[in-house]
Design a protein around this ligand. Structure first.
Ligand SMILES: *[C@@H]1O[C@H](CO)[C@@H](O)[C@H](O)[C@H]1NC(C)=O
Length: 211
């Protein structure tokens, strides 16, 4: 019996050493997405959505809809999956900005976009409409300099995670990018988040039953 307990502690310690930690009881995730990307669809719908439903109060999420976007010689955007990808990413950026004081709605919005793929496939604003944003304000953000400012912000935020992880979605925890942690997050986000929340005495009791 004693031996088993020791072994369990050893495994838990090893897991958290390779994993992630909380900061003030929270885990900040930066998620670099791009609309046309199947791996982003999988991550958001299969990993992030169920984990967010259970642990929303412990997560601080920042979406960066930029992916592998580059600039052409004139400063225009060149996106991994073409002009549809560019358009949808800009819709995502503008909508996320309009929802910036409501993380819950931001997450539900991104889950909608990566489930229906409506902005990407059909230039359709159903998910933004469902999220309750003002569509005429959204359309003007997509077309105007407001959208350009958001482009530059996300270009800057995506640079480090994309350089280190070189994969979309790139996922950074508490501002740190690491390929093996990103891979663990893509394959089993729940285990990674549980490890961090169980290792923190301030959050341990609140996740009992979920982890
Ligand atoms: C949407 O925003 C526009 C421009 O700010 C405003 O004139 C309009 O009344 C808004 N529509 C709704 C339904 O709130």
């Amino acid at each position: 019996m004693l031996l088993c307990i020791c072994l369990l502690f050893t495994i838990a310690a090893a897991t958290s050493a390779q994993g992630i930690s909380t900061a003030d009881g929270k885990i900040k995730m930066t998620i670099v997405t791009t609309a046309g990307c199947g791996d982003t669809v999988n991550f958001i719908t299969k990993q992030l959505s169920p984990v967010y439903d259970k642990f929303s109060e412990h997560l601080i999420l920042e979406f960066v809809p930029w992916g592998r976007t580059r600039r052409n010689r004139n400063g225009g955007l060149v996106c991994q999956f073409g002009t549809k990808d560019c358009f949808a990413n800009r819709v995502h950026r503008c909508t996320l900005d309009m929802l910036k004081n409501n993380q819950y709605n931001q997450v539900k919005y991104m889950v909608c976009e990566f489930s229906l793929r409506s902005a990407y496939k059909n230039a359709d604003l159903t998910c933004a409409k469902n999220a309750g944003v003002n569509l005429s304000e959204l359309e003007s953000c997509v077309k105007t300099p407001k959208g350009d400012i958001l482009d530059a912000e996300d270009e800057a935020k995506a640079a480090e995670p994309m350089r280190v992880v070189n994969f979309v979605p790139a996922i950074a925890f508490n501002g740190v990018s690491d390929y093996s942690v990103q891979r663990a997050a893509r394959t089993d986000l729940k285990t990674l988040v549980c490890g961090a929340l169980q290792a923190d005495p301030s959050t341990r009791s609140s996740v009992t039953g979920f982890c």
